[in-house]
Design a protein around this ligand. Structure first.
Ligand SMILES: Nc1ncnc2c1ncn2[C@@H]1O[C@H](COP(=O)(O)OP(=O)(O)OP(=O)(O)O)[C@@H](O)[C@H]1O
Ligand SMILES: [Mg+2]
Length: 343
């Protein structure tokens, strides 16, 4: 198989959010630091947003591995359109509490008793709500109420809301004012830049024992960044395909043609998610011979876009001209009419 052929200890580009393969980009470092700071505060809400596949879950799992369970007891729920009662049930379940036949009041009681017992053991609870963009307003309100539980001066529950960019819009709603005031740390995970994309790919390869086989033409990384927009999950998908194609062709060197073909395959599979306009077209023989392969693709993609823009501008110009000449005719007709009236 592929792994044996290249001497890997495993698949370097699995799409599981596996913290043992964690790569710290500038964005991940910043988000990691703000969540860590937030957890140290021991109260309130933290919010992490990021594009689909940017690495939110991986980062949270990495953070969880670093927490001392004797101090912070963490539990995670994944929100799939929970309403307020479902949310309480999910929170109780996540902390291993009984939920069968429980009413809302009894659930609240069970959760409160449990949280106060933790505080008495000098521990605290951390709730992670993944995919929090799916939470309804009532579930959010329920979360806010839970975060109000206090024993003496100690807040009993801290939460991290993790979600796609819609979460930020949801939090911006006027009904979220009270919750917003309890946010103590917030961060957004953006895409990797071109240098990070290369470092990310190499990092994941090194984790499975890569020693330069297969080798990569340097411009492969540049093209991989262009075609994936620097989003880790897309990079994984692209690199998996690239490796598979290279393995099937028994190749030990990955070139630009491999990226192009793999990018086309991925974009056929996942539709428009891959920014197809960024994917270089297949290299022509001349471009491959010159060795300067990426730039001609970028130039040709820009040229194609300019052509499209020019066509659009011409269409608009024609429309404006047509409207202007019909205006002239109307005015001419109108003037005649006025003249007739004045006469
Ligand atoms: N910092 C990172 N280090 C290593 N791998 C990463 C990193 N960020 C993301 N990945 C990889 O990218 C893929 C997507 O990551 P993850 O599931 O964490 O993204 P997400 O932002 O939670 O996505 P979604 O919006 O779909 O929930 C996974 O395969 C993960 O291993
Ligand atoms: Mg996720």
């Amino acid at each position: 198989m592929l792994e044996t052929f290249y001497g890997f200890s495993g698949n370097p580009f699995l799409v599981n959010p596996d913290p043992s393969l964690y790569f710290e980009s500038k964005g991940h470092r910043h988000a990691h630091a703000s969540l860590k700071y937030g957890v140290q505060q021991g109260e309130g809400f933290m919010v992490m947003t990021g594009e689909i596949g940017a690495g939110k879950t991986t980062l949270v799992r990495t953070l969880l591995r670093e927490l001392d369970p004797n101090v912070v007891l963490a539990a995670q729920i994944v929100s799939t359109q929970l309403d307020s009662d479902d949310l309480l049930r999910a929170v109780a379940l996540a902390f291993g509490l009984p939920v069968e036949n429980a009413t809302k009041a009894s659930l609240l009681g069970t959760i409160e008793t449990f949280l106060s017992s933790l505080v008495r053991q000098h521990r605290r609870a951390l709730l992670i709500v993944d995919e929090a963009q799916n939470l309804g307003a009532r579930a959010m309100e329920e979360l806010r109420m839970l975060s109000n539980f206090q024993l003496g001066d100690h807040s009993m529950l801290q939460s991290i809301l993790v979600g796609q960019p819609e979460l930020r819009r949801l939090m911006g709603d006027p009904s979220m004012r009270q919750l917003r005031q309890r946010i103590i740390a917030s961060c957004h995970l953006g895409p990797l830049d071109p240098a990070e994309t290369r470092a990310y790919i190499e990092h994941r390869l090194h984790q499975v024992g890569w020693k330069g086989d297969p080798s990569f033409e340097p411009r492969v990384f540049e093209a991989a960044h262009l075609s994936t927009g620097g989003i880790p999950r897309r990079i994984n998908l692209l690199c998996s395909r690239m490796l598979l194609r290279a393995y099937l062709a028994r190749e030990h060197k990955i070139g630009l043609a491999n990226v192009t073909e793999a990018a086309n395959e991925v974009s056929e599979d996942i539709g428009n998610e891959t920014p197809v306009s960024n994917v270089p077209a297949s290299p022509s023989a001349t471009e491959l011979r010159t060795g300067d392969v990426v730039r001609p693709f970028i130039v040709s993609s820009i040229t194609a876009r300019l052509d499209r823009l020019e066509k659009n501008v011409n269409t608009v110009l024609e429309l404006v001209r047509a409207m202007a000449s019909s205006d002239d005719r109307t005015r001419a007709g109108g003037n005649n009419g006025n003249k007739a009236k004045r006469a």
